[in-house]
Design a protein around this ligand. Structure first.
Ligand code: FRU
Length: 504
């Protein structure tokens, strides 16, 4: 009897939880908090069989404020469980962006037991008051129960430059120098500082990098990590930096540098004036990679899927803000040099339902064989298009009465684009538009992986050489997809569409 009651209660509870994630525009396989505001991902780390995602979170409302670290865990990077707030704002100090390490050898002295413990390194932000300007410092918190409860270090802060803008520490273990390394931003100076430490508590400045690439806005969320160069016995370091405002289309966006790092100094191997964008859409910011991933796993990154230009105006409730899918990263040689390639994490394929295959030759305009109305608005579309004489070709997705988003290739300009001018609900004057990325096909067909999830579209082109992430807010019931070409034909279009199940 008791068991039956427990079962019934469990079923009810599961239903209640599932129901929560059915609101209009609620992403089904991108993580978003059940309610309230989120921005940057923080502290991504793998520990004791779990992936941890912390995130900038306002526990009290759906606008930015009271910044604290929200927390979710996952066994596969796809199905997440939201946990209580990990590190709350306290004593008037907000908990800004940062990272988490596994202190396996208890260098900090914070760890009990032999497993090591989790140490979070974050920016403490004290807003300006009547008597003092705002202040940003670097601070520690630690957990001895797999991230479930946290204590702030009594002697915080660990770095204080007496500055208002000094934030977003990314800390990791640097094996060659056997030290912890921190990359942290001086936003207004467009600089990243590098510090080193043996115990996470005392830090020495070792070097700095700045003034290269795009500098038209604040530099935030620096991220530094090594990646193997595919097909070569080498590795390079990627230094990724958020820029806000001043990204390619205004607002926030991210650039990266490729080079060498010796534990204190980063050397950019490209010309100082070259800007490489991580993502050519408008909605990927402060992407962070995982610390402590097992050696057999590819490095993965999760970003905030929004843009400071309109983040506070998104028409979603009771939450505001969501993350990109996890993306595995690699460095590949291209005719232009080494470039960052991104792919949706393999684990996402576990959400696939039954595939629908579409194919046609010699297509001009739209073709009945290449249109479909899908049961839902969460799916993956993989397509290859062999160009012909057409000037533009691609796919319209989320088509319905009043909305449609176009993912196209402009052969006259060698550009991939996402056009969300008719992407639905009014968000802000800064939201609609057509955004493009340079992309040379080099005599290959155009190959796209397109992830659609109710209020977002992520496009991975040519195996992940170019990525475009866009929020979209289609009219209800806009479930159509259709291939198109204009100004001529394309030789062949092939596509596979998998509905993706909800990850909740
Ligand atoms: C980037 C950012 C960070 C800061 C955080 C505050 O989006 O501005 O620089 O730590 O958001 O929420």
């Amino acid at each position: 009897m008791l068991r039956r009651f427990a079962l019934a209660a469990a079923v009810l509870l599961t239903a209640a939880v599932a129901a929560q994630y059915q609101e209009r525009f609620r992403p089904q396989y991108h993580i978003s908090p059940a309610k309230n505001w989120t921005n940057d991902p923080n502290g991504l780390v793998y520990f004791a069989g779990e992936y941890h995602l912390f995130y900038q979170f306002n526990p009290f409302g759906d606008q930015w404020g009271h910044m604290s670290w929200g927390h979710a865990v996952s066994k596969d990077m796809v199905r997440w469980q939201e946990l209580p707030v990990a590190i709350p704002e306290s004593d008037g100090v907000m908990i800004f962006t940062g990272s988490t390490v596994v202190d396996a050898r208890n260098t900090s002295g914070f760890c009990q037991g032999n497993e090591g413990c989790l140490v979070a390194v974050y920016t403490g932000h004290r807003p300006k008051s009547n008597t003092a300007p705002s202040r940003q410092t670097q601070n520690l918190a630690y957990s001895n129960d797999r991230g479930r409860t946290w204590s702030k270090y009594k002697l915080n802060p660990v770095i204080d430059l007496q500055m208002s803008d000094f934030r977003d520490p990314k800390v990791f273990w640097h094996e060659p120098t056997k030290r912890w390394v921190m990359a942290v931003a001086l936003p207004l100076e467009h600089k990243v500082l590098f510090y080193a430490s043996v115990d996470l508590k005392t830090w020495q400045k070792r070097g700095e990098f700045g003034g290269q690439g795009a500098t038209g806005g604040d530099w935030e969320c620096p991220e530094l990590f090594p990646l193997p160069v595919e097909g070569a016995q080498e590795q390079r370091w990627v230094l990724k930096v958020g820029l806000n405002p001043g990204a390619r289309y205004g607002g926030s966006g991210e650039q990266y540098f490729v080079g060498k790092f010796d534990g204190g100094k980063f050397t950019n191997q490209n010309p100082a004036g070259l800007t490489l964008w991580t993502d050519y859409g408008r909605d990927c910011y402060c992407g962070l990679t995982f610390n402590n991933l097992p050696a057999d796993r590819k490095q993965a990154m999760i970003g905030w899927m929004s843009n400071w230009e309109y983040a506070g105006k998104l028409p979603t409730a009771p939450w505001r803000g969501q993350m990109t899918v996890p993306r595995t990263l690699s460095l590949r040689a291209t005719p232009d040099g080494l470039r960052l390639f991104q792919q949706p994490a393999e684990a996402l394929t576990s959400l696939r339902g039954t595939v629908v295959a579409l194919q046609a030759q010699n297509v001009s305009g739209t073709n009945a064989a290449l249109t479909a109305s899908l049961p839902g608005q969460a799916y993956e579309l993989q397509t290859t298009i062999t160009p012909g004489t057409a000037r533009e070709f691609g796919w319209n997705v989320l088509t319905g009465e009043g909305s449609q988003v176009t993912i196209g290739y402009d052969a006259s300009k060698n550009e991939l684009y996402v056009d969300r001018s008719r992407g639905g609900a009014e968000v802000s004057g800064k939201f609609p538009g057509r955004y493009s990325a340079p992309l040379a096909l080099r005599d290959k067909p155009l190959s796209l992986r397109i992830l659609v999830d109710w209020s977002s579209i992520e496009v991975f082109a040519q195996d992940g050489e170019v990525v475009m992430t866009s929020l979209v807010f289609p009219e209800a019931g806009s479930k159509g997809i259709a291939a198109f070409s204009t100004g001529g034909n394309v030789k062949e279009v092939k596509a596979q569409v998998w509905p993706l199940r909800s990850a909740w």
